[in-house]
Design a protein. Structure first.
Length: 170
C-alpha cells in the first residue's frame, strides 16, 4: 500500500499505446495503493473527458491531476548559464529555471512511474525518462528554453542520440 503517481504522455501520443500500459498499471496497483495519473502535458492543452476516457478507459476522472504550466509551480533550482553555454558549444548563454507541478513534491509518493515510448526526439534526443517529468510536468522557462536550445544547437545533432547536450541539462 502507498501512493503511486503514473506519468504517461498526453493524448497527442495516443498511438504510442502508453494509455493501455497506464490502464493496466492502474488496475493492478489500485488494488493495494492510492494511484494518481498525471498526463505529461507540457504546454499542451488539458485533456478533455472524452480524450481521458478514450486513452485511459476505466480510470476514474478523480484519479487524474491536470498539469497547468502557467499556474504557480514548485521551483527546484536553476541550471547556470555557464553550463548551458558549455553544453551548447557556446551558442547559448542563459540560465534555465526548473519548476515542476507542486503535486510532485507536496505529496509523499512511494513511487513515480514515467510511462512512454523511447523514440527519437527532436529536443532531448530520445523521448521519455526525465523529460516526462521536467518538461511534461514542468514550467514555461524550461520548456521554452530547452526547445530553443534544440533549434539553435541543431536538431539533427540531437535527434536519436541517447547522450545529448539537453540530457545533460536535464
Amino acid at each position: 500500500p502507498g501512493r503511486v503517481l503514473l506519468v504517461p504522455p498526453d493524448f497527442s501520443r495516443y498511438a504510442s499505446g502508453a494509455g493501455a500500459i497506464a490502464v493496466r498499471l492502474y488496475e493492478r496497483l489500485a488494488r493495494d495503493a492510492e494511484v494518481t495519473v498525471a498526463p505529461a502535458l507540457g504546454t499542451h492543452r488539458p485533456m478533455n473527458a472524452c480524450e481521458l476516457e478514450t486513452m485511459f478507459p476505466g480510470i476514474p476522472p478523480e484519479a487524474f491531476i491536470e498539469h497547468r504550466w502557467r499556474d504557480p509551480l514548485t521551483h527546484l533550482g536553476d541550471v547556470p548559464a555557464e553550463f548551458v553555454a558549455e553544453q551548447s558549444d557556446g551558442e547559448l548563454r542563459f540560465p534555465i529555471r526548473w519548476e515542476v507541478n507542486p503535486r510532485l513534491l507536496d505529496t509523499p509518493w512511494d513511487r513515480i512511474i514515467s510511462i512512454g515510448q523511447l523514440l527519437p526526439h527532436e529536443v532531448c534526443g530520445i523521448s521519455g525518462h526525465s523529460k516526462n517529468i521536467v518538461v511534461g510536468l514542468g514550467g514555461p522557462d524550461a520548456i521554452h528554453k530547452t526547445h530553443y536550445f534544440s533549434a539553435v544547437y541543431g536538431r539533427e545533432r540531437i535527434m536519436g542520440r541517447v547522450k545529448s547536450p539537453l540530457r545533460s541539462v536535464f
